[in-house]
Design a binder for this molecule. Sequence first.
Ligand code: AMP
Length: 435
Amino acid sequence: MTFSDLGLSADLLRAIDAQGYTTPTPIQRQAIPAVLQGGDLLASAQTGTGKTAGFTLPMLQRLSGGQRPAKRGVRALVLTPTRELAAQVGESVRDYGRHLPLTSHVIFGGVGQQPQVDAIRPGLDILVATPGRLLDLHQQGHVDLSRVEILVLDEADRMLDMGFIHDIKKVLKLLPEKRQNLLFSATFSNEIQALANKLLDAPTLIEVARRNTTAETVDQAIYRVDREKKRDLLAHLISAHRWYQVLVFTRTKHGANRLAEHLGKQDIPAMAIHGNKSQSARTRALSAFKSGELQVLVATDIAARGLDIDELPHVVNFELPNVAEDYVHRIGRTGRAGNDGQAVSLVCVDEHGLLRNIERLIKRDLEKHIEPGFEPDPNAKPEPIENGRGNRGGGRGRNGGGGGKPQQAQGGRGSDDGQRPSRRRRRGGQGRQQA
Ligand code: AMP
């Protein structure tokens, strides 16, 4: 099966060729014909499956046949949870649409709005946006969503986790009744199902990877280690195995900063990205990491969501996530689109319960290692995972806050940068980390 078998136009085939893709991925094989037919779509697909091209290619083709957008109007709207994902989807739209006369722009919070307003004024074929900034601009009269032909909700589960449900509902009210809806989600909670029921009309259902499975191409290993020795073990593993491009996950922003600093002191170039960093600092760190200049990028879950780094060889869970599904998301950063990757988790005695939850979720036992010189103390007592404990600044909070402070609900209108805390978190419930 090739891309031309899927009914895509010559202009799109040329662009796909330029990307070096030869064979459509399973989600592309199913999604492209379905979207071209104009119906709604409900796709269970994780990042790394090629889902972005799966909706972008047929969307571009459908739009290329139609009328120009109206002033301030938008023909296709793609909503994403984070600015990084928005930027990436925007990049895909530009790459795949390079031979088509379609206009697109990406908007998100945390940066000046004027260039966004200027870009929307003449009307756009495709607008990629995070929900808060979009509503902001709409409220100010800068964008008209009344003629949207195609709506895409990308990583809808993460949008709900981040507390965007009310914003999404507000956006839906601004759209015309008749339109094509595409909903992508890595997991299917009851909340997602409810949203799908409300939004979609007789959707085509696509499920490519079984829910909560991890990619076969990722080699996953657990290193048992004492909590105080984690950072030295990490430095040791990076040096001993000459890992040259490593994405490391920590639970908290503070923990990310401390770890990057520690690695730097060991002559391992490292930077942290999280929601407290400015957009330009995040972009700089990411591009240095992608280009290979920066050996280690330390990130919190939300900051890392949507990062698309091709052939990322190593992902390290410095701390296991509180929410087992996040493990699947994290290691989805490696071994992407068929490349081999290695995911290593450093697990101390406090985290055995979290590890069991993960193994239950992915339905397999992970291989356990002990690195000579870093043998864990067999008599170590587990301690509760709570704020400001353990690895000094790790702040491994069940409430997710950095530095032991309680979580602040942040983000009113206008502060949308994809960092809004979830309702669950505000209630102090499940402790999903705010990046
Ligand atoms: P996504 O799941 O959309 O984040 O895509 C994951 C990665 O796979 C991206 O780096 C894409 O550039 C790449 N990709 C998408 N489609 C294909 C394909 N058909 N063949 C090879 N790589 C692809």
